[in-house]
Design a binder for this molecule. Structure first.
Ligand code: 13P
Length: 256
């Protein structure tokens, strides 16, 4: 039994075509039966956000973008703004995913501006943080987490943190099939919760969702969700297959 309903979000990354995504969303809407026990969202590519938002309008499934630019508008060829995403019907946006940090060179300062811009557009940011393998091996996990969390949330007041979601995604566990052990996950989540308590106080910190992401599958959902400080999951690869995503939702809903 969790303090709040489990939150499970599928991050589709650069997968599925528009017709595949539309079919997925229609079937998800029809087949998801655990809506009162779980909060669920999907995060499709920009190009079909509006189609998916239309299909899922007035359903229990929210839609989040995978990224936004830090500026509200302007000469940023190829970029997408928070306000565009909001108007398409999104309620959430993933910010600071490790693929953005490490492939596209996003810095903590840039990510912090994006968090602020998202909130100003009434989007709930899903701030991703996580250490690389050599950082864990070098005993630097807590330092990396503390820096990414504090820098990402710099200037974000208590009135906004409850609208935000933190996702702990160890880089070495993403897309590798290597899930962090449930104990390793709980240890880092406990550390993150402690940092949130220091910044925002106990009540607000307890109400803030902390998700785990990294090779989540139907087979490990139960053990991950059984951890005290795991409020939900950010699922990559296993979220683009309807059957496995539904199994994860079903398994997570047992912790409602
Ligand atoms: P995988 O579940 O494919 O490891 O991806 C996790 C992730 O990056 C979710 O944002």
């Amino acid at each position: 039994m969790k303090r709040k309903k489990p939150l499970v979000i599928g991050n589709w990354k650069m997968n599925l075509t528009c017709s595949e995504a539309v079919k997925f969303a229609q079937l998800l809407r029809k087949q998801m039966i655990t809506t009162n026990k779980i909060v669920c969202g999907i995060s499709p590519s920009f190009i079909f956000l509006k189609d998916i938002c239309t299909i899922l309008a007035d359903s229990a499934i929210f839609v989040g973008a995978q990224n936004i630019h830090s500026e509200r508008a302007g000469a940023y060829t190829g970029e997408v703004s928070a306000f565009m995403v909001k108007e398409a019907g999104c309620s959430h946006v993933i910010i600071g995913h490790s693929e953005r940090r490490h492939i596209f060179g996003e810095t903590d300062a840039f990510i912090n501006t994006k968090v602020k811009t998202a909130l100003s557009a009434n989007l709930k940011p899903i701030l991703c943080i996580g250490e690389k393998l050599h950082e864990r091996a070098g005993g630097k996990t807590t330092l990396v987490i503390e820096n990414q969390l504090k820098n990402g949330l710099r200037g974000i007041g208590a009135e906004h943190i409850q609208d935000s979601v933190i996702a702990y995604e160890p880089v070495w566990a993403i897309g590798t099939g290597k899930t962090a052990s449930p104990e390793q996950v709980n240890e880092v989540h406990t550390y993150i919760r402690g940092l949130l308590i220091d910044i925002y106080g106990k009540d607000i910190a307890r109400d803030t969702y902390i998700l785990y992401g990294g090779s989540v599958k139907p087979e490990n959902t139960r053990d991950l969700m059984a951890q005290e400080e795991v409020d939900g999951l950010l699922v990559g690869g296993a979220s683009i297959n309807l059957e496995s995503f539904l199994k994860i939702l079903d398994s997570a809903s047992n912790f409602s």
